[in-house]
Design a protein. Structure first.
Length: 197
């Protein structure tokens, strides 16, 4: 997919594009993430860019978008106040604002992450402790893709992945949910080329 194809197909009202990825970003790649956020925000007018507000990829992409149009940056956080000092988003929605008991698909998909399956059950049941809070991050990652409550589903996903261990961890979970729901996505093997177009 070329940059122009992406712009033609996804710059429409209520288009939510994920801009996120791994916490560890290679030093030579950091400026590329900022540049992509800046490029996409400057070449579009309607897309809302969505992030998870994590350090690393999420932060670099957000810096780029916010430098052009912070009103089109939305973050979904695992709890209220998450990394508040570094949050550049115009709109922040916390998992605390979503009634998990009314979101069975969200819980089901989050339970598919085998590392946190039991923690998701504990968290949803209201047993919130320092271990089960890890489930909030996976639930948040699922919300970013499928939506919940007043959060619309994503239209497209742009990721910075660990190419040595692709689709692993929380980023991998988010990408797998995109695949399950037919949400098109690209990683840096594609979007690095967009910066050269």
């Amino acid at each position: 997919m070329t940059l122009q194809t992406f712009l033609t197909n996804f710059d429409y009202d209520q288009s939510f594009v994920l801009l996120e990825g791994k916490r560890t970003v290679l030093p030579d790649d950091q400026e590329k993430l900022i540049a992509l956020g800046r490029l996409l925000a400057s070449k579009t007018s309607k897309i809302i860019f969505r992030s998870g507000n994590a350090e690393g990829s999420d932060q670099f992409f957000s810096m780029g978008v916010a430098s052009v149009d912070p009103k089109r940056l939305q973050v979904i956080t695992p709890y209220s106040g998450h990394r508040q000092k570094t949050n550049l988003a115009y709109q922040t929605i916390s998992l605390d604002e979503i009634n998990l008991s009314e979101e069975p698909e969200l819980v089901y998909l989050s339970r598919q992450n085998k590392k946190t399956e039991k923690l998701v059950d504990q968290y949803v049941a209201g047993d919130k402790n320092r271990y089960s809070v890890k489930a909030a991050y996976i639930l948040r990652d699922t919300v970013k893709v499928i939506g919940a409550g007043n959060v619309s589903p994503a239209s497209f996903g742009i990721f910075y992945d660990d190419l040595a261990e692709p689709m692993s961890g929380g980023t991998g979970h988010t990408m797998k949910v995109c695949v399950q729901h037919g949400i098109p996505m690209v990683n840096q093997t594609m979007w690095f080329k967009w910066l050269e177009e």
